[in-house]
Design a protein around this ligand. Structure first.
Ligand SMILES: O=C(O)c1cc(=O)[nH]c(=O)n1[C@@H]1O[C@H](COP(=O)(O)O)[C@@H](O)[C@H]1O
Length: 235
């Protein structure tokens, strides 16, 4: 088994600020970071994100993907939130990832700069769905290619499915932080996720953080579900 500790990120995907606050309190003892994404940010706005983040660590998952200038300017706009992590799409290219890194350095002090995480290939794409978007090849090769591109362009880490962790580790070593959604506890339904593993499998493969949403937030008892996953990670 891997000796490093894999930490838990809980994705609070909802439009309802009260529900997000309730979930954040319930999973607080078990989650290292809470993730706020497009659904909450568009529905409630960045000031609500800042409010939810008071006294908490926030992963702001906006998956920025645009021309370098727009991404850099957007990072200026989101700097009212003090997130610990921020995502961009690696497929935006090396100039875009570099622009994001420069903008983070411009808008945050070195101590407060969020980790820049580059999304490789979405965990909801299986081989067939992935092939709709590119000429040939499969997600594994693309994850490696985008992972290398993002890391040489200033990313601190990568968002990937659990099924590519060992491939990335064997090629890029331990430097990239690996943030891993597509996590399903044994017996949980996959929903729209395709390239999945259990929390313990992702830990053993070498994930730094796993991201878990619905298996926690849509369970009858979110606190108990988060606790069970946190225990699985420790075991
Ligand atoms: O960037 C992400 O966090 C992300 C990338 C990816 O490839 N797949 C993926 O599921 N995510 C996010 O991780 C979370 C997974 O949620 P559940 O499928 O409910 O566990 C969601 O908030 C997604 O937006």
């Amino acid at each position: 088994m891997n000796s490093h500790k894999t930490k838990l990120i809980v994705a609070l995907d909802t439009k309802d600020a009260d529900e997000a606050e309730r979930w954040a309190t319930q999973v607080g003892p078990y989650a290292d970071i809470i993730k706020i994404g497009l659904e909450f940010s568009y529905a409630c706005g960045l000031r609500a994100v800042s409010k939810l983040g008071e006294g908490r660590k926030i992963f702001l998952d906006l998956k920025l993907h645009d021309i370098p200038n727009t991404v850099a300017s957007a990072i200026g706009s989101v700097s009212i939130v003090k997130p610990d992590m921020l995502t961009v799409h690696a497929s935006g290219g090396s100039a875009m990832v570099k622009a994001a890194r420069n903008a983070l350095e411009e808008h945050f002090s070195p101590e407060e700069r969020p980790l820049l995480l580059a999304v490789t290939v979405l965990t909801s794409l299986d081989r067939l769905a992935y092939q709709e978007t590119v000429a040939c090849g499969g997600p594994r090769g693309q994850v490696l290619r985008l992972g290398e591109l993002a890391m040489v362009s200033g990313a601190d880490g990568l968002v990937c499915s659990p099924q590519e962790i060992s491939l990335l580790r064997s090629r890029l070593g331990s430097t990239p932080k690996l943030i891993v959604p597509g996590i399903r506890p044994a017996g949980a339904g996959n929903g729209d996720q395709k390239r999945v593993m259990t929390p313990a499998e992702a830990r053993d493969a070498g994930a730094d953080w796993i991201v878990v949403g619905r298996p926690i937030t849509r369970s009858e008892d979110p606190a108990a579900a988060a606790e069970a996953i946190a225990k699985e990670l420790e075991g």
